[in-house]
Design a protein around this ligand. Structure first.
Ligand SMILES: [Zn+2]
Length: 258
């Protein structure tokens, strides 16, 4: 009998039949995994709590011929603060979606695993939008698409001046001269504060970033920088981000009316 143990965060659970679920996990030892949890939808199932999305669980898994299945599981940590506010749960879903779409099944990334777990803890404590942006930047870096931040990504000169641009095809920030030449390509105009905030987000621990004060202009530029960079390098549009956009636009409309 082939059994293996792993600690994993449940990214998604999909119903299969009346009582089973297919789990998508991000595990410490094996990266992304898909496993069956037989009987886990039964009201009386002991597995029920431990297989919920956004739960950190210790699994004992049986290696199957086609699909592995959960033999035992024990909840290690849930993140109850996430469920108290809509913005926290939205950004937690954003983090989980990015993990699912940027990692390969069976490839472990222990640093990214630790960053994801810490992100879920900090989303319940600090500014969720800032924690989520910092998570996305750390993820991009850990999967190999760290943006060029210290020099112009095109001409390699120092980034002087206040007005800069960010170009995903060039792989990072551009000086004002290269931004003018690059104007027909995908690009976001940015002020220096956005570049400095990105550097802080990559250098600081998430626990410290939750208290970082970021003005609305920088938040807007961070949103576009990350959206374009993720879309360009991961090749897909984040559905949760689109949902958050719709929610924000609806709230702004109501706020304007009142
Ligand atoms: Zn340049």
């Amino acid at each position: 009998m082939k059994l293996y143990k792993t600690d994993a965060l449940v990214l998604r659970n999909l119903s299969r039949g009346d009582i089973d679920q297919l789990l998508v996990l991000f595990s410490l030892e094996y990266g992304k995994l898909k496993v069956m949890a037989h009987g886990s939808r039964k009201i009386t199932s002991r597995k029920r709590g431990a297989v919920q999305p956004l739960t950190l669980t210790r699994f004992l898994i049986h290696k199957g011929r086609y699909l592995d299945s959960v033999r035992q599981c024990e909840e290690l940590e849930s993140f109850p603060e996430l469920f108290l506010r809509m913005d926290r749960i939205c950004y937690a879903s954003y983090a989980v979606e990015l993990i699912e779409n940027s990692t390969v099944e069976g490839e472990a990334n222990q640093v990214l695993f630790a960053v994801l777990v810490e992100t879920l803890r900090q989303l319940g404590r600090g500014d969720p939008e800032i924690i989520a942006r910092a998570f996305a930047l750390k993820l991009i870096t850990l999967v190999g698409y760290k943006p060029v931040l210290d020099l112009c990504a095109k001409c390699r000169k120092n980034l002087t001046g206040k007005a800069l641009a960010f170009s995903p095809p060039a792989g990072g920030f551009l000086c004002a001269d290269c931004a003018r030449e690059n104007s027909e390509n995908q690009m976001v105009m940015c002020h220096r504060g956005t570049l400095e905030t990105i550097k802080l987000m990559l250098a600081w621990e998430l626990s410290k970033l939750g208290q970082l004060k970021v003005d609305s202009g920088t938040r807007g530029e961070l949103y576009y920088v990350l959206k374009l960079h993720l879309e360009y390098h991961l090749g897909y549009r984040c559905a949760t981000e689109m949902f958050i956009d719709k929610l924000r636009n609806r709230n702004n409309r109501y706020n304007t009316k009142s």
